[in-house]
Design a protein around this ligand. Structure first.
Ligand SMILES: [Zn+2]
Length: 395
């Protein structure tokens, strides 16, 4: 009798185990990712954000090794440590802009960054965890750049814990997007301004805004996710300069505004130049805190371009007149590049088609490299206008 009870219990356990496995199996088959129009090659991987966050938080005070348990990449062991964000995000002011331009301040964005290496890679790997989203830019010793981001960025029906891993070379460009910068002559360029002052960093404050269409259509009216996306882009864009290319410049988060009310402005969607000038008009609002760089994330399709800077090298010459905008691109990898690219124009860089780099005019040729010509433009402009940025000592 006793044995029978045990047998019944064992049978029940087996049934329960089977049913939980079956449930999981059914969930897996319900969602079949198809990113064949986005990537020539990609992998999907399950990452439990909460588990990862717990592990990261318990190791923030030390250097530790972490493996993301990607089945095909067992050798991806990373040695990581906490990247102090206190100087990048000093105040974390986020305002929701409502009807009649009424402002409501909301709480800070939760963001943790880890910096480290995969084996003996030349360039560091960056992990970010923010508001339930893990992202990683992974540099491998052979010089490849991999990116990990949630599958939901590419398909809103994807399970929350499903992520996509891809090499940037495997991103499919659906069309040849060419940046249509204007041809304004840069101000204050000098011939001898190219010396490399690595000991000191230029810190450039950035104000960001999301228009209503961006907030409503790209983030389903979730302001926490909107602010998290914007601040994470700023961090990866800043990394393009200071860490990956040793260019002595850091972006500093100043203010984030999110339009939660449907205002049809800027509205010149058929003319990107007028659109960015309309964005520039925010400088006239008493509530708008202007920065040396002001970046609008728009949910609109602006005359077929995906981003624009209002003139080259306006920083310093017109220090309150630095406006650029960008759209959310298909991959976060390219949204990072886009922000670095448009801000690069306002900081003094022209297109650099000498190599694969983020100032190339064609987004098919973007990666995390700062091209040598763009680099020379930036040094020439910024060094000849030292008074317009403030310095902090590089780490
Ligand atoms: Zn451009």
């Amino acid at each position: 009798m006793k044995n029978l009870n045990l047998l019944t219990l064992a049978g029940l356990v087996v049934v329960l185990l089977l049913s939980s496995c079956m449930k999981e199996k059914i969930d897996q088959t319900e969602y079949t990712p198809d990113l064949s129009s986005n990537f020539t090659k990609y992998e999907t991987v399950t990452i439990n954000y909460d588990q990862l966050l717990t592990k990261v938080q318990s190791n923030l005070d030390r250097t530790f090794t972490i493996n993301l348990d990607i089945p095909t990449r067992p050798d991806w062991n990373f040695t990581m440590s906490n990247y102090d964000l206190s100087e990048v995000f000093p105040d974390q002011k986020t305002y929701l802009v409502g009807e009649g331009n009424t402002l409501t301040e909301v709480g800070p964005t939760q963001i943790i960054a880890l910096e480290g290496r995969h084996l003996d890679a030349t360039l560091p790997t960056l992990f970010t965890l923010s508001e339930g989203v893990f992202e990683a830019l992974i540099m491998t010793p052979d010089g490849s750049e991999y990116y990990i981001e949630p599958m939901r960025n590419l398909d809103k029906n994807a399970p929350q814990d499903l992520y996509v891993v891809y090499n940037h070379k495997d991103i499919i460009a659906t069309e040849d997007l060419i940046c249509d910068q204007d041809g304004r002559v840069p101000h204050g360029q000098s011939e001898n301004g190219g010396s490399d002052e690595r000991a000191w960093c230029h810190a450039v404050k950035v104000t960001q805004m999301a228009d209503y269409q961006f907030y409503a259509n790209k983030f389903a009216s979730n302001y926490t996710n909107t602010a998290s996306f914007m601040r994470t882009r700023l961090l990866y864009a800043s990394y393009r300069y200071n860490t990956y290319n040793q260019f002595p410049l850091n972006f500093v988060d100043n203010v984030v505004y999110i339009y939660t009310f449907d205002v049809n402005y800027p509205n010149a969607v058929n003319n990107s130049a007028t659109f960015v000038q309309q964005w520039d008009n925010f400088n006239g609002y008493s509530w708008f805190v202007n920065s040396p760089i002001n970046y609008l994330w728009t949910g609109r399709n602006v005359s077929g371009v995906w981003g624009r800077a209002d003139g080259i090298a306006k920083m310093c010459s017109n220090p309150t007149d630095e406006y650029s905008f960008g759209e959310k691109m298909a991959s976060n990898y390219h949204s990072n590049n886009l922000m670095a690219h448009e801000i690069g124009h306002t900081l003094g860089a022209y297109h650099d088609n000498s190599s694969t780099n983020f100032m190339n005019s064609n987004w098919n040729n973007w990666n995390s490299t700062l091209g040598i010509n763009a680099r020379a433009n930036l040094f020439a402009h910024i060094n000849s206008n030292n008074g317009c940025t403030y310095y902090k000592q590089c780490e």
